[in-house]
Design a protein around this ligand. Structure first.
Ligand code: G3P
Ligand code: CA
Length: 231
């Protein structure tokens, strides 16, 4: 079962910052998950639509210029990285799941994904683009058919594995509250790996492993590794 550091190793470092990415690599996480928005012609790695929780700045990320976002500090200390900076910093050392939080123009995203598997050293197998917005995933597939898609699901949607297959997804990403053996088996029969978010409890880690889940998104990759290793 893959351990994917959710927003980086976000239990130990400020989420979606380069420090959280480096901590995840130190913990030997199999993968890192990040969230992205496009603002003012740049792609930034950030989770919230609003700035307050992470930067104490009022208002919305979308309303700033790229220059203003570069001056923000997450938890008073850490810059908001661009996607290019994260790609360069991880450099193909683990799997990277990029979640589209806002609509990202494909003219901005597609060239960066090409650079990811060229200049930044990722293989196509190391990149997964996911979103709760399946229309964006379809459009991305049209532009970059080589990119693996992760179909995100936040509810107990009926026939979710069939839906993900129809979408052309590589993997099914579901909330820990809505995963069960039937869904995992259905996904596996269709050849879809199942990745579950957000899993920080040892009980859940054991249960999901028993179910045959292929990966978990966790804020605490070191803890998850220890649980899996029986430490
Ligand atoms: O990609 C899985 C998970 O990150 C989705 O929820 O809100 O943590 O981005 P959220
Ligand atoms: Ca996310």
């Amino acid at each position: 079962m893959l351990i994917i550091a959710h927003r980086g190793a976000s239990a130990e470092a400020p989420e979606n910052t380069l420090v959280a990415m480096h901590r995840a690599l130190e913990c030997k996480a199999d993968g890192i998950e990040i969230d992205i928005y496009a603002v003012d012609g740049e792609i930034f790695v950030f989770h919230d639509r609003y700035l307050e929780r992470l930067t104490a700045h009022p208002g919305r990320l979308q309303d700033l210029t790229a220059a203003q976002i570069r001056k923000l500090k997450v938890f008073g200390q850490h810059p908001v990285p661009t996607l290019a900076e994260v790609l360069e910093s991880i450099g193909g050392r683990c799997l990277l799941n990029i979640e589209l939080k806002g609509e990202v123009p494909l003219d901005l995203l597609a060239p960066l994904l090409e650079r990811a598997r060229g200049e930044f050293g990722f293989t196509a197998e190391q990149l997964i683009l996911s979103s709760f917005n399946h229309h964006w995933l379809k459009a991305l597939h049209g532009r970059c058919p080589w990119v693996r898609l992760g179909a995100l699901n936040a509810s107990c949607m009926l026939d979710y594995a069939a839906f993900a297959t129809e979408l052309g997804a590589y993997s099914l990403h579901t909330c820990v509250d809505f995963v069960d053996q039937a869904l995992v088996d259905d996904a596996h029969q269709r050849g879809l790996p199942v990745y579950v978010y957000t899993v920080d409890e040892s009980h859940d880690i054991h249960e999901l492993k028993k179910m045959g889940v292929d990966g978990i998104f966790t804020n605490h990759p070191q803890f998850a590794r220890n649980v899996l290793d029986g430490l």
